[in-house]
Design a protein around this ligand. Sequence first.
Ligand code: UDP
Length: 151
Amino acid sequence: MERTFVMIKPDGVQRNLIGKIISRFEDKGYRIVAMKLMQVTRDLAERHYEEHRGKPFFESLIDYITSGPVVVMVLEGKDVVAGVRKMNGATNPAEAAPGTIRGDYALDIGRNVIHGADSVESAQREISIYFKEEELLNYEKVTEKWIYEYE
Ligand code: UDP
């Protein structure tokens, strides 16, 4: 089963959106495999976003991600990487469709509320940055036979 890495960014936490955002992913049928509230250090943020090092927005992105607590989670489900990216909406909230998280809750690219890994490889890399192997839980949910035709 595919896994992805998701972060509710500091603005999402400050704006009381944790519950609403988690509910969207639960309602869709994804399983939460790991989750925690944490303060991201600059070192961690720079590792997470190393592909953007040197870009004009890099320093402000690191300031933003380290500006307050975030919620990080690992979600599991069928095609979850692409599914979460669709639910998050376009990076720039001005271009994000209504009904997406950024489309519904954000206005500014530098305050876009949510992060989701952009590929299976990025997800694996990001999960290993934020979580220890033993924090990823294996469990069954009784609803899954009503979510998947074939288990
Ligand atoms: N970002 C920004 N200005 C930009 C581009 C990106 O502030 O011009 C921030 C924004 O928070 C975005 C993050 O950098 O979510 C990472 O950018 P990426 O292109 O990887 O977008 P994402 O994968 O988050 O949609």
